[in-house]
Design a protein around this ligand. Structure first.
Ligand code: ZN
Length: 541
């Protein structure tokens, strides 16, 4: 009996000792001076990884994969993460190219994300300021999504090294924005619970600026919907009166929607492509499809336009005696971002500062700006001339916006405290979604911009892992300000599948040609070197 009592006593004593030691570990307090020193160390660790950053930026650029087809990209990134001690779950949300990587244990749990997909018909040699596709007609990184994973991964690896040394508890998650151009996955990740126990999320996106922001960012949300019409074929000359043209229905739907535009708010953005208009003129198309993006500033207005679109499609089907069905291919909420996190990130951005651009970087930037006939000023009235050297002030909620683009990071930002770091890896004044936006993206401009992005991200990770008050403040803002009156209602149902069939044919048509140009870092210092590009080549020889 005595023996039993002793062991119970021992058990409690041990348990108390263990609990106390866990608490001291979790509550390890750092003074501002300690943190400043640790940030300095972190910045040096990240700066020491500039070669790795360049290799990753160039490697992903060379894969040039469209949304849902990021096969090589994901294989490569996850192998880097596995080598660095992360465990990887592949195929999350039933998306073959999606994954979630994890390192560490306990709280806080901080997620880092960035997009990886590219743009159709944007193939372009880097460092060359005139049209010079690597593979004519092929996809290319005409937005710069090839750079963001290097930003978060090398920030995370530097932070991981520091956490091991300092014995800091916490978990780092890394995930890719698969098919961002199709706003095709983030709402699905949220629906499937991948962000359920995450305390905060840092997302990074390429830009000409170095900044973050909080509140309503002025962007639009959207639904991406394909309408499929089905009629009946007939000889288009012999007996056209016996046909029911699905193409007529598509055209009438577009006419209907274009009349509707007059009665939409000026903040609306809607656009479509006819993805199937029939096979040949002498066969009345029995099938035809049109794919719409309906964008607006609020959930309610997006929903209203979506419902109007369905009604107009049904009207077109009625007029042509055809049938119509529709499928949701993607969705994004309007963006709203976290104030305490943005303030923490901004303070670190200011510590890091803009990259040091040299005359070659500036010459390329000016060459590209001349090529795309860039406006003299941006929408805020700041001059566009070469590369930026200053950091703008931290911006809060916009008072008014005419609307614009979308990013499905908003579906995450409406579920947990989230910010977007915009890092200066591309040239200001370009058009976006264009081959000219790829020119800087495997050059020193992208390498330097991604490196400063990684430094600011690493320092913000340090803030999150050492200051429990920051995580608490971020959650407080999320609960008491952001979601006080607006609650997230997903546009997708629990059954909507991700549209993983998209881009399969296009990527398939170009993959073997692109393969010849995949970057081989074992043979070449940089991708510019592999392609034999003199940096910069501003004028056509
Ligand atoms: Zn993007």
């Amino acid at each position: 009996m005595n023996k039993y009592l002793f062991s119970v006593k021992t058990f409690f004593v041990l348990a108390i000792v263990l609990l106390c030691s866990m608490q001291t570990k979790a509550q390890k307090k750092y003074t501002e001076k300690d943190l400043a020193a640790l940030k300095q160390t972190l910045m040096q660790t990240v700066a020491g990884k500039s070669k790795e950053v360049q290799v990753m930026v160039d490697q992903i650029f060379s894969f040039a994969e469209l949304g849902f087809q990021e096969v090589e990209t994901s294989k490569y990134i996850t192998s880097v993460l596995t080598k660095n001690g992360f465990t990887v779950e592949n195929g999350i949300s039933n998306v073959p190219t999606a994954w979630m990587a994890k390192w560490g244990s306990g709280s806080p749990v901080i997620a880092l994300g960035s997009d990886v997909d590219c743009i159709p018909k944007a193939s372009q040699k880097p460092g060359v300021a005139y049209k010079a596709p690597i593979v004519e007609g092929a996809p290319g990184h005409g937005e710069g999504h090839n750079s963001g994973q290097a930003v978060i991964i090398y920030a995370a690896i530097a932070m991981k090294e520091l956490m091991e040394r300092e014995k800091l508890p916490g978990t780092i998650l890394i995930w890719p924005g698969i098919a961002e151009e199709l706003v095709g996955t983030k709402a699905w990740y949220v629906r499937d619970g991948y962000f359920k126990n995450v305390d905060a999320c840092i997302f990074t996106h390429v830009s000409g600026d170095f900044n973050s922001s909080y509140g309503d960012n002025g962007g639009n949300g959207l639904v991406s919907v394909r309408f499929d019409f089905e009629g009946e074929a007939a000889h288009a000359a012999g007996q056209p009166w016996r046909a029911k043209s699905a193409l007529d229905a598509v055209e009438l739907m577009n006419v209907g929607w274009n009349f509707k535009r007059e009665h939409l708010k000026p903040t609306n953005r809607s656009h479509y492509v006819i993805v199937d208009g029939g096979d040949q003129p002498n066969v009345v198309p029995s099938k035809a499809s049109v794919w719409y993006y309906f964008r607006e500033r609020t959930y309610e207005d997006i929903k209203m336009n979506y419902e109007s679109g369905i009604k107009i499609a049904e009207g077109a089907a009625m007029m042509t005696n055809t049938k119509v069905t529709h499928q949701m291919l993607g969705t994004a909420w309007p963006g709203h971002f976290n104030k305490p996190l943005a303030e923490a990130m901004y303070a670190n951005i200011k510590k890091v500062g803009m990259p040091t651009w040299d005359e070659k970087d500036i010459a390329l930037a000016k060459g590209v700006q001349a090529l795309v006939e860039a406006p003299k000023k941006d929408q805020q009235g700041n001059p566009i001339d070469g590369l930026k050297n200053t950091i703008d002030s931290l911006k809060g909620s916009v008072a008014f916006s005419w609307g614009g683009g979308s990013d499905d990071i908003a579906d995450i930002s409406w579920n947990l405290p989230t910010i977007v770091l915009r890092y200066p890896a591309n040239i200001p004044g370009t058009k976006g979604h264009h081959w000219a936006d790829a020119i800087a993206m495997a050059t020193p401009i992208a390498h330097k911009g991604s490196l400063v992005g990684a430094e600011a991200t690493a320092m913000t990770l340090l803030d999150l892992f050492t200051k429990p008050s920051l995580v608490a403040d971020a959650k407080k803002y999320f609960k008491e300000v952001q979601t006080k009156e607006t609650q997230y209602i997903p546009f997708i149902t629990k059954d909507d599948p991700p549209a993983i069939h998209l881009n399969k044919e296009i990527q398939g048509a170009y993959r073997s040609q692109l393969e010849k140009f995949y970057y081989d870092p074992s043979k070449f210092g940089t991708y510019l070197e592999q392609l034999g590009v003199t940096y910069p080549t501003v004028k056509k020889p």
